[in-house]
Design a binder for this molecule. Structure first.
Ligand SMILES: [Zn+2]
Length: 316
């Protein structure tokens, strides 16, 4: 019986009401029988003998297995609750799948049906104010408290991109509001041309460590940091420079002592631009053509050093 009591304690009001209605259903036959008996007894009060007789009768009925079997009632109730729980679980699972499908999870590959779920291809290329979740992820990583650039100066860009695996990948980038529309347009053009980009994750995924994200061939834009080896703020610190396919399009500078500084350090082979390899950016490259047409300069054209991955806004 204490088991039933616990069960009742766990019920919400709706479930209690349902319990009452099930109990009413189950006592209906007994009530009908009692009403029939009432005819006989009319409206006069029971005498003590009659009352005792009815109690004996009820006990006899229970002993004979007649009357209300509360085990059956509880069993029915349990089944009803189990059915409702299963239905609720199914609803929650469906909602979770929907949310999962609609979440912009950079790095994931998507199918045409995912694109449809997003609301079509147009919805997959957009710039918006930095969402709370993204802003939280950036703190202490790509974003550090500073007097030059704040949340309102930045935009979150969502884009899809193709890779050599012939799959659509989800990408995201944080850029300066000043170039957001241009970057969205360029990324859409690259997508339409099936231009291969391997990864487009926020550098926060790599704890904003540039060397690590470049070794992973990540493409990105905003990161509040100095130009490597100096205290000068990089154009990336203002979200005005975009790096594409960074492992295959490294940065290097030849030092006076004849040694070469390369970023990422694993990209020595790709400093030689005379051979053919994947993701290589040169003057025939679509990425080069789109960025330079949109007012960016290419680090591959620099003479004191080379930065083949780098496109930065030319400022007046
Ligand atoms: Zn760069």
């Amino acid at each position: 019986m204490s088991y039933y009591r616990e069960m009742v304690q766990d019920m919400d009001d709706r479930q209690k009401l349902e319990l009452v209605s099930i109990l009413i259903e189950s006592v209906k036959p007994a009530v009908a029988k009692t009403e029939a008996d009432d005819e006989e007894y009319s409206l006069r009060p029971f005498t003590m003998e009659e009352l005792n007789a009815r109690i004996d009768q009820a006990e006899a009925e229970i002993a004979a297995g007649l009357g209300i079997d509360d085990e059956d009632v509880w069993h029915e109730l349990e089944e009803e609750f189990a059915r409702e729980d299963a239905e609720e679980d199914a609803r929650q699972l469906a909602a979770y799948h929907k949310e999962e499908q609609l979440a912009w999870q950079a790095g994931r590959t998507v199918s045409q049906s995912d694109v449809d779920a997003f609301g079509g291809i147009e919805k997959c290329f957009a710039a918006e104010p930095i969402p709370d979740g993204v802003w939280a992820r950036m703190q202490g990583k790509t974003y550090k408290e500073n007097p030059y650039i704040g949340r309102d100066d930045l935009r979150h860009v969502r884009a899809l991109h193709w890779d050599y695996d012939n799959q659509m990948h989800v990408g995201e980038m944080v850029v300066n509001a000043q170039i957001a529309d241009r970057v969205v347009t360029i990324l859409r053009q690259l997508f339409d041309a099936k231009y291969p980009i391997q990864r487009m994750l926020l550098p926060d995924v790599y704890d904003a460590d540039d060397e690590t994200q470049m070794r992973d061939n990540n493409s990105s834009c905003f990161c509040y940091r100095a130009v490597a080896g100096t205290t000068v703020l990089s154009k990336h610190a203002r979200g005005l420079a975009v790096d594409i396919n960074t492992l295959y399009n490294p940065y290097y500078k030849d030092r006076d002592d004849g040694t070469r500084y390369i970023q990422p350090a694993t990209a020595a082979d790709y400093c030689d631009r005379t051979w053919d390899f994947p993701y290589k950016i040169d003057h025939d490259d679509l990425c080069f053509r789109l960025f330079t047409a949109a007012g960016f300069e290419w680090g591959g054209d620099w003479t004191s050093c080379k930065d083949y991955q780098h496109f930065e806004l030319i400022e007046e």
